[in-house]
Design a protein around this ligand. Structure first.
Ligand code: ADP
Ligand code: MG
Length: 216
């Protein structure tokens, strides 16, 4: 079990009495305004419940320092920050703030192919499209190897084929590394193809939690 919700409210937006999220790929589906982003933001303490508790690996989020938590639970934002400089700078920048060893160019090149980014490490990032910037931020995240990835409609700016390749790569990666994904998508097709569990979220509640047999 990765996360457990106990009697959680967020203002009048979220109302979840009991919910467990297990290791693997969990996908949130549901209508716009249903509370999916709000739920995701609670998982890495961008916001905190106004009532009740969320536990991460058995420990209350209220007791875990945000910085500490976000080394293990990382969110890919919908409008990721891209720093002035090269593709290389952008992939490796997070390592300036961590005690981990900086990946070499071979590892960075390998990451570019995994995120389907057809650029050179020395290329500038100014002219990247929205989708390219998002994949670059994804590559940055993958290099850091968190325990849990939070994705909020990561593929909204990708074409269908690239979307499929990326989500496939991600689901294989986390399975191999024993990590987890909690992801919001509007794509029922993606959910049925890659989720271990599908949560249907509407009006701030979990309407249904369905174990999914992947069909890929
Ligand atoms: N900070 C906030 N303050 C007040 N209302 C908010 C805030 N964030 C989101 N909401 C509202 O909460 C509801 C759920 O929003 P959201 O979690 O973004 O839904 P979804 O991601 O499923 O589209 C919406 O009605 C939205 O307008
Ligand atoms: Mg949303």
């Amino acid at each position: 079990m990765i996360f457990r919700f106990s009697d959680v409210r967020y203002r009048d937006i979220i109302e979840i009495d009991e919910l467990t999220i297990n290791k693997g790929v969990t996908i949130l589906l549901g209508p716009s305004g249903g509370g999916k982003t709000t739920l995701l933001r609670m998982l890495n303490k961008m916001i905190s419940p106004t009532k009740g508790q969320i536990f991460f690996m058995g420990e209350s989020l209220a007791k875990i320092e945000s910085v500490q938590l976000r080394r293990k639970v990382m969110m890919l934002s919908q409008n990721p920050v891209v720093f002035p400089g090269t593709v290389r700078d952008n992939l490796a920048i997070a390592f300036e703030f961590q005690d981990k060893i900086k990946p070499d160019d071979d590892a960075l090149d390998d990451m570019l192919s995994r995120i389907q980014l057809n650029k050179k490490l020395d290329d500038g990032v100014i002219n990247l499209s929205g989708g390219e910037k998002q994949r670059l931020a994804l590559g940055r995240l993958l290099l850091l190897e968190p325990e849990v990835y939070l994705f909020d409609e990561p593929s909204s700016s990708l074409d269908d084929d690239t979307e499929d390749l990326i989500i496939r790569m991600l689901s294989m990666h986390v399975e191999k590394q024993g990590q987890s994904i909690v992801m919001v998508t509007h794509s029922k097709r993606i959910a049925e193809k890659y989720a271990d569990v599908i949560l249907e979220i509407s009006e701030g509640k979990v309407l249904r939690s369905v174990k999914n047999e992947r069909d890929n």
